[in-house]
Write a protein that binds this ligand. Structure first.
Ligand SMILES: O=P(O)(O)OC[C@H]1O[C@@H](O)[C@H](O)[C@@H](O)[C@@H]1O
Length: 253
């Protein structure tokens, strides 16, 4: 066993937000701000009560890990709201799926610029150890901002391939929970799925890992509560709080 991975696993497919970088929380806040503005205005118009976006349950169940437009559609569907699709050039905040998505991206970029991006130290160490052990390494994220985040954090140099929200759109691939993005990551590294381990903090992400028949699905639980159990239920073979636990089994819970 190398770095907590079963024999035969020669590649690692890392999700980005919440696994390598502390950006899941930033996405979550940007979604909450966007959806709350939308829901508040809608309640004002319809007279229905304003029920805010729940940054724990709504984020985990409907948004986390999915491509931007899927997040908009799936969360609104959970509230019985269907918006027209619109198009990628819709102005931020327009009453379309893309308009709300563009608004969320504006808020996200503003928050990333003011708060910066933190890399989880255990993840940086794990990436270095994986490279030293000769494991292949790809980042597989639904975010269209992946390349910029990898650059500003200096993580790009540790990663050999990237499948992200931009690549998914270009290739017309379905996002997580479909396995396609992880399968594309394994293909980019030239390995079979069974020889690759998936590292994921989102329910949609571990579901994708399970659906793709990967060698191991590592759930990363940074939020606590019942998220660890939910990750297992949706497809994680093991759950850790930080990738450092895989480097040092002594700190494993
Ligand atoms: O809006 P972006 O940057 O393309 O990101 C899309 C999604 O990317 C995922 O990585 C995040 O878990 C989601 O929260 C986010 O919504």
């Amino acid at each position: 066993m190398v770095l907590g991975l079963p024999d035969g696993v020669t590649a690692c497919l890392f999700d980005l937000d919440g696994v390598l970088t502390d950006t899941a929380a930033v996405h979550d806040k940007a979604w909450a701000e966007t959806f709350d503005d939308f829901l508040r205005a809608r309640a004002g118009r319809t007279g229905e009560p304003f029920v805010p976006f729940d940054p724990v349950a709504d984020y985990a169940d409907h948004v986390d890990g999915k491509p931007r437009a899927d997040g908009v559609r799936d969360f609104l569907a959970s509230r019985g709201v269907a918006l027209p699709e619109g198009g990628p050039d819709d102005p931020p905040g327009a009453g379309t799926v893309h308009g709300l998505g563009n608004r969320k991206n504006e808020v996200l970029l503003r928050r990333l610029a003011t708060d910066g991006v933190q890399v989880f130290e255990g993840s940086r160490r794990y990436l270095r150890a994986a490279a030293a052990a000769g494991l292949r390494r790809a980042v597989v994220s639904s975010s269209a901002n992946t390349a910029q985040v990898l650059e500003v954090t200096g993580l790009a140099e540790h990663v050999e391939a990237r499948v992200d929200g931009v690549v998914l759109r270009e290739r017309g691939l379905p996002g997580k929970p479909a396995p396609d993005s992880f399968l594309a990551g394994a293909a980019a590294l030239g390995v079979d799925p069974v020889a690759a381990a998936v590292f994921e903090d989102a329910l949609a992400g571990v579901q994708a890992g399970r659906a793709g028949g990967f060698g191991l699905v590592v759930g990363v639980d940074r939020v606590g509560g019942h998220h660890g159990a939910d990750l297992r239920e949706h497809g994680a073979d093991v759950v850790v709080r930080d990738l450092a636990e895989l480097l040092d089994p002594a700190v494993r819970r």
